[in-house]
Design a protein. Structure first.
Length: 561
């Protein structure tokens, strides 16, 4: 059957390398991955392997944002991981190169690689170039905030259309330090992506060379038996967290790094993000809150420069191994900084002494929730709750200008189980910022935030409303207090009142009764556990050894016959 596809005896004598592609025609983030896959395959062939490409799904967060379709986004992470795992296990490949682009394809591919534990790596498709609007660089973030500005009369409909037309000028993932670029950086610092690969922009001619090199790197990893269990370790995960904190990265990184850790069997709690962020300086001046985009970081010295700064700040475990065979410390020392660059600050002159990730707990979030604090937000706000049971209801209230200064917007029943799928609230948060309320309104939700979100926003509130978490018991007018300095998120209610409300609460009917959404809602774990759908692995040392032992190597001669 393999000969019917076109493979020869010579092809089948060589290691078979699966090329797991997330190419899809519906989004700019992944639309160019077919081209890169061909270069990866050429690199594999040149290094003595036989590449076999296959595809999986992808869902565009930016296109689905603010719609019912956004519920598919986080669910797609699990489908990406499951489908790659099934194809590789089913066809007994010897190694894997996974190509990713949009947000969920990055952790989805890496979760699969960790499960399979074969010599493998992930290649990120790269960032989109910024658009130019009235003499300044713009990204998709500006379009979403423009919607709110237009509703408030601060931007004309004509200018909003003009902004929309040029904000995304071609292939590549969203240009700021949003979720895709945050996770791409995290995976490079983690070591599962080769250093220097992720930062090269999508349409830079060098990207084809990077893709070719990854094909050769995976063959070297195969020869060394360098597998993900040697790379995805606790020190490496802490390095990835530090990189997110130092660059003001997306809160989605908490969810995804927890999920990768769970798949790897590495103990990691949500509180580790706060601990690491508290000792990591904020060094990169990147959007959504800063001045620069991912292409600027690349020209300043790239992700290796961030690793170098973390090493200088003693926030890096330098001995963590990477897929190149070098340690992350060795990779950091190879960084070349562009003279007079302004994107990444010196360690002695940080933008802020602590990183951007904060974990809050309190009587509204017993299992914790996530906020991103970059120094531009309020650090404390106490105000009346404005409670909404869906993103649509909250967005309508913002658009009708019913949200006032000092309000605490609550968007619930949008968690992993309740949504289902834990939608991002970028439409709501960007509209709030666009109306000029970003510094006077807070928001909390059991859903997620886009990496483009900014302001005093707490997401991933756990337990979620659909599971009976305290957020389900809130009512309009309840006084809610954010206090970043004490890491608290509380509502002013007595235990007696809480108990009375809980006695009257009833779980809502599931929003989906069949299909993948219903299945996901039944299986998904809490956001504090990474919102995964598989069993939690207990021991890293024993993971997937059973799979390695039972791979029927005797099948190789059968392929030659």
């Amino acid at each position: 059957m393999l000969k019917a596809v076109g493979f020869t005896d010579e092809d089948l004598r060589k290691p078979l390398i699966g090329i797991a592609n997330t190419w899809i025609e519906v989004m700019p983030c992944n639309v160019h991955l077919r081209r890169l896959a061909e270069r990866v395959k050429a690199g594999v062939r040149a290094a003595g392997g036989t590449p076999i490409e296959f595809n999986t799904i992808a869902v565009s967060d930016g296109i689905a944002m603010g719609t019912e379709g956004m519920k598919a986004s986080l669910v797609s992470r699990e489908v990406v991981a499951d489908s790659i795992e099934l194809v590789v296990r089913g066809h007994l490949f010897d190694g894997v190169v996974a190509l990713s682009g949009c947000d969920k394809t990055i952790p989805g591919t890496v979760m699969a690689l960790v499960r399979l534990n074969l010599p493998s790596l992930m290649l990120y498709g790269g960032s989109i170039a910024p658009g130019r609007f009235d003499g300044r660089d713009v990204t998709i973030q500006d379009v979403f905030e423009g919607v709110g500005a237009c509703a408030a009369g601060r931007l004309s409909a004509q200018d909003l259309r003009r902004l929309e037309d040029i904000a995304c000028p071609g292939p590549g993932a969203c240009g700021g330090q949003f979720t895709a670029n945050t996770m791409a950086m995290a995976m490079e610092i983690l070591g599962i992506s080769p250093m220097g690969s992720a930062g090269v922009p999508a349409m830079d001619p060098l990207k084809d060379e990077v893709a070719y090199d990854t094909g050769q790197i995976v063959m070297k990893a195969l020869n060394r038996r360098l597998t993900p269990d040697r790379i995805v370790t606790r020190p490496a995960l802490e390095n990835a967290i530090a990189a997110v904190a130092a660059t003001g990265g997306s809160t989605n990184s908490v969810l995804h790094l927890l999920a990768i850790a769970r798949e790897a069997g590495v103990p990691l709690s949500i509180d580790a993000f706060d601990r690491i962020s508290a000792k990591t300086p904020l060094l990169a001046d990147l959007k959504p809150w800063g001045r620069y985009v991912a292409t600027d970081l690349y020209h300043a010295g790239g992700i290796a420069l961030v690793a170098k700064r973390l090493l200088e700040a003693r926030c890096l475990h330098p001995q963590a191994l990477t897929v190149t065979g070098r340690t992350i410390g060795e990779e950091a020392k190879r960084a070349v900084e562009t003279p007079e660059q302004q994107v990444v600050r010196p360690v002695k002159k940080p933008l802020k002494r602590t990183g951007g990730l904060v974990i809050l707990r309190g009587n509204l979030a017993p299992e914790g929730c996530v906020a991103k604090i970059t120094g531009h937000e309020l650090l404390r706000l106490s105000g009346p709750a404005r409670v909404f049971d869906s993103e649509e209801a909250a967005f309508a209230a913002v658009q009708h200008r019913n949200i006032k200064r000092g309000d605490v917007v609550v968007v619930r029943y949008e968690g992993p189980k309740g949504g289902p799928g834990m939608r991002e609230m970028l439409a709501v948060t960007a509209a709030i910022v666009g109306q000029g309320l970003g510094e006077s309104v807070a928001l909390l939700t059991d859903g997620r935030f886009s990496g483009a979100t900014r302001g005093l926003m707490a997401g991933h509130v756990a337990p979620e409303a659909a599971s009976g978490g305290p957020i389900a018991l809130l009512r309009n007018g309840d006084r809610v207090t954010f206090d970043i300095s004490t890491r608290r998120l509380d509502v002013k209610l007595s235990p007696t009142e809480f108990a009375a409300r809980r006695a009257k609460w009833r779980a809502p009917r599931p929003r989906y009764a069949s299909g993948v959404m219903a299945k996901y809602a039944q299986l998904v774990s809490s956001a504090s556990e990474g919102a995964i759908t598989g069993p939690l692995r207990q021991q890293q040392a024993t993971r997937d050894k059973q799979h390695v032992k039972r791979r029927p190597r005797v099948m190789k001669p059968a392929r030659k016959s």
